[in-house]
Design a protein around this ligand. Sequence first.
Ligand code: PXG
Length: 292
Amino acid sequence: MKIYIDGEFYDKAEAKLSVFDHGLLYGDGIFEGIRFYEGRVFRLEEHLRRLEFSAKAIALTLPIPLAEIGEAVLETIRINNLQDGYVRLVVTRGCGDLGLSPLNCPKATVFIIAATIKLYAPEKYTHGLEVVTCSTRRIAHGALSPMVKSLNYLNNVMAKLEAINAGAGEGLMLNEQGFVAECTGDNIFLVHGGKITTPPVSSGVLAGVTREVVFEMAKEEGIEMSEPQITRYDIYTADECFLTGTAAEVIPVVRLDHRPIGEGSPGPVTKRMIEKFHTLTKNTGTPVYPNF
Ligand code: PXG
């Protein structure tokens, strides 16, 4: 495995950053999780744009132009000769002194890992996930914008641990007001009477790339879609529920807090979204290899 760090490729054992990198010392940095399918990167431009916005929001200057970062993503996949997998693209604040100030860090560091990905068990896609509500709340806008895909994932990590300890596949995170935000690494969607809803970004949601794909697919299918504030009651009483994320893709949820959602099995709208999503991942994306 070859890993990209600041323009060079290193073997896995040699791919190391300094203990003085503020990405490690303070979680000061940003990342993207990107998937590629059959030699094509899915929604690369959208991921790069979100990275650019995350960087702007935390006043981090990207050390190379965005287009070069995109090219480095493709090169990392190529050098590892992969067709299907997952890219972790990380930009840290870089090395500095001990002390919070990012002004101590002259240059940000970019690293890129291309690997295969471990998915939820295949039966979860056909039978659906069980989700529990976590007591850990999603980070508040007043603390750090949940729109920033930052290296500060500790609240989500703690929520994930709660879900695992409860024997559930995923954890539902509420915002400070008690409204539904999202799961620990996935956006959430409901189906009520054939219409799709999802919490607005103002509820403390990451603007997921896959979330945006659901808006497009719903439009194509002529399915009405809106973003009202959502409570757990809305999920308990929904016909269907599903999650989306780069890692999870589109996955049905059949129980929340031990209550069956709808019939307690994946519904028709969810199944249609899964099918359409697979068609998109198969047939669209930025080619990794020449003469594709
Ligand atoms: N919410 C949160 C908090 C996330 O971290 C999503 C929603 C879905 O966004 P996308 O753009 O992926 O549709 C995420 C994404 C990982 C991993 O390694 C995590 C994510 C994506 C890919 C990999 O755990 N989170």
